[in-house]
Design a binder for this molecule. Structure first.
Ligand code: C2E
Ligand code: CA
Ligand code: CA
Length: 460
C-alpha cells in the first residue's frame, strides 16, 4: 500500500475510533447510571422527536408518567442503598416488559416515564400498574412499593411535549391522591382545571405588583383580661372581578408557582407599616405573621427577614413569626438555625396548627419556641368530646411546665372560651371574639376597646 494510502486508512480508523468514543460519551451523558434507562434530558429530546414524526405520519403518541407510592417510606426504613436497589430492579422490569420501539426513562427520584404508540392505552397503563405492584426482594425482604401512572395522548389531549408532560402529571397527581396503585388518563375535568389554573396563574402574577394582596387582621385576646393584646396578619386578595379571596383560593397555587415569597413579603411589609404605630401607641403588644414552609426552605430566610424588619418601624420584639409543624419536621437542622437566628434578635417564633401533626411538646424544649398555637380542629371538639377536653387540658398543663405560651385558635363559642380559660389557656383567637378584618376596622376596634373588653369577664 502506498504511503499516502496507508496513512489515509490510519486516519479513517482514527476517525472511527473517535466517533465511537464520542457516541459512548454521548450515551453516558444520556443514561441514568442507576437504572441504565435514558435520563430526563435525553427523554425530553426523544419525546420531541417522536412528536415531530407523529405530526408528519398522523400517528398518536401516549405518554405515561410513573411514580412510586411509598418510596420515601422504604428509603427511610431500609436505607438509601435499598432504595437504589429497588429503583434498579424496577428499571430492569420496565425495560423487560417494554414493547419494541417504546422509550423508557428515569426522570429522577422515583419518577419514570414511558412513551408508546400502542393503540391500547388502557391495557398498557394497567400492565404498568401491575408491574409496579409486584413483589421485589431487597436484603431478603419482600417489598411491594406499588405505583401510580398518569397518561396523556398526542394529539387528542395535547399538541406539544410541554403540555403532554404537564397533562400526564395532572393525571398522575389525581391517581395518587385517589389512593395510588392505579392509573388515570387526562380528561375533560382535568382540562377545565388546567384552564382555571392558567387563568389564576396569570392573574396572580399581575395581582402582586398591582397591590391586590392586602393584609387583614384578627385580634388575639388575653384570656384573663379579655383584652386584645396582639393581631395575626392574614392575607386577602382583592380580586377585581371575583371580589375578596381567602388564602385557600390562592396560597397553595402561589406556593406551587414559587410566588409565595413575593406574597409573604408584600403582606409583611404592608402589615408592618400599618401595625408599627399600634405597637408604638401601646394598643397591642405583638403582630403575628405567617410564613410558608416554602420560604423557610431558603437557608437565607431568617437573615432576609431580619433585614426587611430592620427597615420597618416595628420593633423585633413585637414580631411573631408563625411556622407550621410540617416544616419543622421536614428539616430540623434548618428550622433550628432559622428559629435561633430569629430568637437572637428578639423575634418570637410560634408553632402554628399544633395538634394536627406528630411532634410533641417535649420535642420543642430543644428549640427556642415560646408560643404554640393549638389547632382549630382540637378546639372544635373541646367541651363536646370529653377525651379531647382532657387532652387539651393536659397539653395546657404540660405547656405551662415547659414555659411555653399557648394560643387557642378557632374559638367560636362561649363554652369553648370558658373551658379554655379555666384550663389555664393564656390567649385565644377566633370568631367568638372577632373575625379577620381590614386594617381600618382593626384599628378602630383597637382604639375603641383600648379599655379592657369585658366580654369574657362579663360571661365568666
Ligand atoms: P392559619 O395561620 O391557621 O390562620 C387561621 C385561619 O383560621 C384563618 O383563615 C382565620 O380566618 C381562620 N379562623 C380564625 N378564627 C376562626 C374561627 O373561629 N373559626 C374558623 N372556622 N376559622 C377561624 P384564613 O385567613 O382563611 O387563612 C388560612 C390559612 O392561610 C392560614 O391558616 C395560613 O396558614 C395561611 N395564610 C394566611 N395568610 C397568609 C400569608 O400572608 N402567607 C402565608 N404563607 N400563608 C398565609
Ligand atoms: Ca397562623
Ligand atoms: Ca393555625
Amino acid at each position: 500500500m502506498p504511503q499516502s494510502l496507508q496513512s489515509l486508512a490510519e486516519l479513517a480508523a482514527r476517525v472511527a475510533e473517535l466517533e465511537a468514543e464520542r457516541s459512548m460519551t454521548l450515551r453516558l451523558a444520556q443514561t441514568d447510571s442507576l437504572t441504565g434507562l435514558v435520563n430526563r434530558g435525553a427523554f425530553t429530546s426523544g419525546l420531541c422527536e417522536r412528536l415531530d414524526k407523529a405530526r408528519e405520519s398522523g400517528a398518536h403518541v401516549a405518554l405515561f408518567v410513573i411514580d412510586l407510592d411509598r418510596f420515601k417510606n422504604l428509603n427511610d426504613s431500609l436505607g438509601h442503598h435499598a432504595g437504589d436497589l429497588l429503583l434498579a430492579e424496577l428499571g430492569r422490569r420496565l425495560r423487560e416488559d417494554a414493547a419494541p420501539g417504546e422509550l423508557i426513562a428515569r426522570l429522577g427520584g422515583d419518577e419514570f416515564a414511558l412513551v408508546s404508540d400502542t393503540p391500547d392505552v388502557a391495557g398498557r397503563a394497567e400492565r404498568l400498574v401491575n408491574a409496579l405492584g409486584q413483589q421485589h426482594f431487597i436484603y431478603g425482604r419482600a417489598v411491594s412499593p406499588g405505583g401510580s401512572v398518569g397518561v396523556a395522548v398526542f394529539p387528542s389531549d395535547a399538541q406539544d411535549a410541554a403540555d403532554l408532560q404537564h397533562f400526564a402529571d395532572m393525571a398522575l397527581y389525581r391517581a395518587k391522591s385517589s389512593g395510588g396503585h392505579r392509573w388515570s388518563r387526562f380528561d375533560a375535568a382535568l382540562r377545565d382545571e388546567s384552564e382555571r389554573r392558567r387563568t389564576l396563574e396569570s392573574e396572580l402574577r399581575r395581582a402582586i405588583p398591582a397591590g391586590e394582596i392586602e393584609p387583614w387582621f384578627q385580634p388575639i385576646i388575653e384570656s384573663m383580661t379579655g383584652r386584645m393584646v396582639g393581631v395575626e396578619v392574614l392575607a386577602r386578595w382583592r380580586h377585581p372581578e371575583k371580589g375578596l379571596l381567602a388564602p385557600a383560593a390562592f396560597v397553595p397555587m402561589a406556593e406551587e408557582l414559587g410566588l409565595i415569597r413575593e406574597i409573604d413579603e408584600a403582606v409583611f411589609e404592608a402589615a408592618c407599616a400599618r401595625t408599627a404605630p399600634w405597637v408604638a401607641e401601646g394598643l397591642i403588644e405583638s403582630v403575628a405573621c405567617n410564613v410558608s414552609p416554602r420560604d423557610l426552605m431558603d437557608p437565607a430566610f431568617s437573615r432576609k427577614l431580619i433585614g426587611r424588619l430592620s427597615k420597618t418601624a416595628l420593633p423585633a420584639t413585637a414580631l411573631t413569626v408563625e411556622i407550621t409543624e410540617t416544616f419543622l419536621l421536614q428539616d430540623l437542622a434548618l428550622s433550628r438555625r432559622h428559629i435561633e437566628r430569629l430568637a437572637a434578635k428578639g423575634v418570637n417564633v410560634a408553632l402554628d396548627d399544633f395538634g394536627t401533626g406528630y411532634s410533641n411538646l417535649r420535642a420543642l424544649m430543644h428549640l427556642p419556641i415560646q408560643t404554640v398555637k393549638l389547632d382549630r380542629s382540637l378546639i372544635d371538639d373541646v367541651g363536646r368530646d370529653a377525651r379531647v377536653s382532657k387532652l387539651v387540658a393536659s397539653m395546657l398543663q404540660a405547656a405551662r411546665s415547659l414555659g411555653v405560651r399557648i394560643v387557642a385558635e378557632g374559638v367560636e363559642t362561649e363554652g369553648q372560651a370558658l373551658f379554655l380559660r379555666s384550663a389555664g389557656c393564656e390567649r385565644m383567637q377566633g370568631y367568638f371574639f372577632a373575625r379577620p378584618m381590614p386594617a381600618d376596622a382593626m384599628e378602630a376596634m383597637l382604639r375603641e376597646q383600648n379599655a379592657p373588653i369585658e366580654r369574657l369577664a362579663a360571661v365568666g
